[in-house]
Design a binder for this molecule. Structure first.
Ligand code: IVH
Length: 683
């Protein structure tokens, strides 16, 4: 594309289109296109923006994951202060709140909206002429931190409002949160890598928003929900319900449920309904918020020093239970980290029976002065992982025992060390059966080598009888070996051998994931596989080379280099190579990654004939058609392309030039950002 005006038109179209797909994918959960197609659009936009820096826009979807880390956050004054809410803890207090409202606006007919209270981190977004220009934390309510670069990485937040005629200024207020599943995964990974786990999703979320490197933030599973406004210009709302509906129409996520009520009595009933849904929301809900619906009463009701008089929070008690700490055991994870675990007298908490709770590490046990035999209060921190909150000291009998972490690995007796800067103790013996078992289970898992039939109990047996000491040994197993194991019949043995056999052909990134390199999750494995194409190239890469790759940060880079420097790791790689395991990207590519993708070829290609181009498309499962229609995925336009090009442009079909087409065939880079949630803490 040579003409500037044309480039601008295409850039605008791509930006709108990509954001539309973001919305469909992240908010509506009904994507219309696959990862590859999305990636292609993004890549086309990146290339055009590179060629035309004059059209730079911070609102472009290419700008979501920012550049270099920053030194510190800038403090910015809120246009409208960010206030807090007064808390109530009982229905009686809510009735009192209503009486105060009645007194302040006597004789007025008003209604209420009841909505969930999200336990996240408050955020204020400022859109000017529809473009996201700033994101501020609450800070002290008057001045907040400018976390715009970090907030841009949250894919469900639109960089541009979905409106052709957006208001001059729209400030929206809401909560950034980490969803339950993402939090559990992040914490599991942190523990595995010797980092202190976050106490709950709120802390994890606050910690993530305060990271100075937006690339790292992009890897954190953050989301956001909006429930209010700050400064407004060129727009007004009559009711809070209208606010919720408008925000949603602008493409901002709002609560999936809210309740409108014409009296406090109605609210009290709805409160129970909302509480019943407490666990149905994807975020941690720590209560409900009641708001007067009519905004014209808000000014009249006014504000106290800290909070509005037109809204109030109704807080839930955290779910806790008391039980006895029977023992403290120590688990060894895949990377050798020793984690103390509380073995509890079973107790019912938030609908489930809890038998164990994490104690994180020794320091935590010291800090809380936890002893074996203690009566302890446990809580579902963020309602997911039970944690020991405190000891009930009054109930101590004197028979309680102190706990100390073992000096050697409880599984293999090997040496344990504390690495610099880590709180966790770690077993250094790579042959430690605990590590080997965890490693094998991970190696065989679906997203890695996908070995059907190789579950935890079988791994347990294989390691215990000494048949397998590392993943390469799996490929030496034969039928007789397997038949000697417990509960192993002919059929399961044959299935397992078939599963092992098939895993030899797994894509390169699956092997990379399966190797269990610290910090290399599925996302990072895909990026590395696409970049290096085979294991030898990857083994030779140094840290700067790895860090220069988009989506690979210093932590992953150093971990990869460190891994391949270890002679044991190299031995494993060589043994796997000898066993015939695929270590190249190419073998994975000749698959069907273009399945469902239809191409039309037009004009003359320089590097290959049309026939060859067609063959290469078909070899990857794609289709070639002779005429352009709205079902065409790509028009590949060589030199002197004619009417098909016009038709494609008219129908909005994506046009590829020869270089782009070859790039598409050569490296089907997966959409790294969609996997970003997994990247770095991948399993
Ligand atoms: S409205 C003027 N609605 O809870 C303040 N706040 O404990 C209006 N929060 O500061 C706030 N969910 O950060 C509102 N549905 C919701 C909320 C909510 C969570 C947060 C917010 C607020 C804090 C007060």
């Amino acid at each position: 594309m040579t003409n500037q005006a044309e480039a601008k038109t295409r850039i605008d179209a791509l930006r709108t289109e990509i954001e539309r797909h973001n919305h469909l994918y992240y908010i509506e959960a009904r994507p219309e296109i696959g990862d590859r197609e999305y990636d292609r659009l993004l890549r086309e936009l990146e290339e055009l923006e590179k060629a035309h820096p004059e059209f730079y826009s911070p609102a472009s979807p290419t700008q979501r994951v920012g550049g270099a880390p920053i030194e510190r956050f800038e403090s910015v004054r809120h246009a409208v202060p960010m206030m807090s809410l007064a808390n109530t803890y009982s229905k009686e207090e809510l009735v009192e709140f209503d009486l105060r409202v009645q007194k302040l606006i006597p004789g007025e007919a008003y209604s209420y909206i009841l909505e969930p209270k999200i336990d996240g981190v408050a955020i204020s977004l400022r859109y000017e002429q529809g473009e996201l220009v700033r994101a501020l934390t609450r800070g002290d309510g008057t001045t907040g931190d400018d976390v715009t670069a970090n907030v841009r990485t949250i894919r469900s937040i639109p960089l541009r409002l979905e409106d052709m005629l957006p208001p001059a200024v729209l400030e929206v207020r809401g909560e950034v949160y980490m969803d339950t599943a993402g939090f559990a995964k992040l914490n599991a990974h942190r523990q595995e890598t010797g980092l202190e786990p976050f106490a709950n999703p709120r802390n994890a979320c606050a910690g993530s928003l305060k990271l100075l490197d937006a690339r790292e933030v992009a890897r954190r599973p953050l989301d956001a929900l909006f429930y209010g406004t700050g400064e407004l210009a060129g727009i007004g709302f009559e009711t809070h319900e209208q606010v919720l509906r408008s925000l949603s129409a602008y493409g901002l996520r709002t609560t999936a449920r809210y309740w409108l009520a014409s009296s406090i009595d109605a609210v009290l009933g709805q409160l129970d309904e909302l509480e019943g849904l407490r666990h149905a929301f994807p975020f941690q809900m720590d209560g409900a918020v009641l708001k007067v619906n009519e905004r014209r009463f808000h000014e009249r009701l006014g504000y106290t020093a800290k909070s509005p008089r037109w809204a109030v929070a109704y807080k839930y008690e955290p779910e806790q239970a008391e039980t006895t700490l029977l023992d403290i055991t120590v688990q060894v994870g895949r990377t050798g980290v020793l984690t103390p675990v509380a073995e509890l007298e079973p107790v019912l908490l938030a609908g489930t029976t809890v038998r164990r709770a994490t104690l994180h590490n020794e320091e935590e046990i010291r800090r809380k002065d936890i002893r074996i035999g203690d009566k302890v209060v446990i809580e579902k921190a963020g309602e997911i992982i039970p944690a020991v909150v405190r000891v009930v000291e009054e109930r101590r009998t004197g028979a309680e025992r102190d706990f100390a972490m073992p000096q050697t690995c409880p599984v293999c007796g090997g040496e344990v060390v504390k690495r610099d800067g880590e709180v966790a103790l770690r077993c250094t013996n790579l042959q430690c059966p605990a590590q080997v078992k965890n490693w094998l289970t991970h190696f065989a898992s679906r997203s890695a080598m996908d070995i059907d039939g190789l579950g935890e109990s079988l791994v347990e047996q294989l390691v215990d009888v000494g048949l397998v000491r590392n993943p390469a040994d799996l490929y030496q197993l034969d039928r007789d070996d397997l038949l000697r194991l417990e509960r192993m019949g002919d059929k399961s043995a044959a299935n397992l051998l078939k599963g092992i056999e098939q895993s030899r052909q797994r894509p390169f990134e699956c092997l990379l994931l399966g190797l269990g390199i610290r910090h290399v999750g599925k996302g990072a494995a895909i990026v590395l596989a696409n970049e290096f194409k085979d294991i030898d190239a990857l083994m030779e890469a140094d840290a700067p080379q790895l860090e220069s790759i988009r989506d690979i940060g210093p932590v992953v880079a150093h971990s990869v280099v460190g891994y391949f420097q270890d002679p044991q790791a190299r031995t494993t790689v060589e043994a796997l190579r000898k066993a015939g395991v695929n270590m190249h990207q190419a073998a994975a590519e000749a698959g069907n990654e273009l399945e469902g993708v239809t191409f039309v070829l037009t004009g003359t290609l320089e590097s290959m004939g049309r026939e060859e181009a067609g063959e290469r498309i078909r070899a990857r499962g794609g289709k070639v058609s002779s005429s352009v229609s709205k079902n065409t995925s790509y028009l590949v336009a060589g030199a002197s392309a004619g009417s098909k090009l016009d038709k494609a442009e008219e129908l909005g079909v994506t046009v590829l030039d020869e270089a782009q087409f070859i790039a598409l065939l050569g490296s089907e880079v997966q959409r790294a950002d969609r996997q970003a949630g997994q990247m770095g803490f991948g399993f």
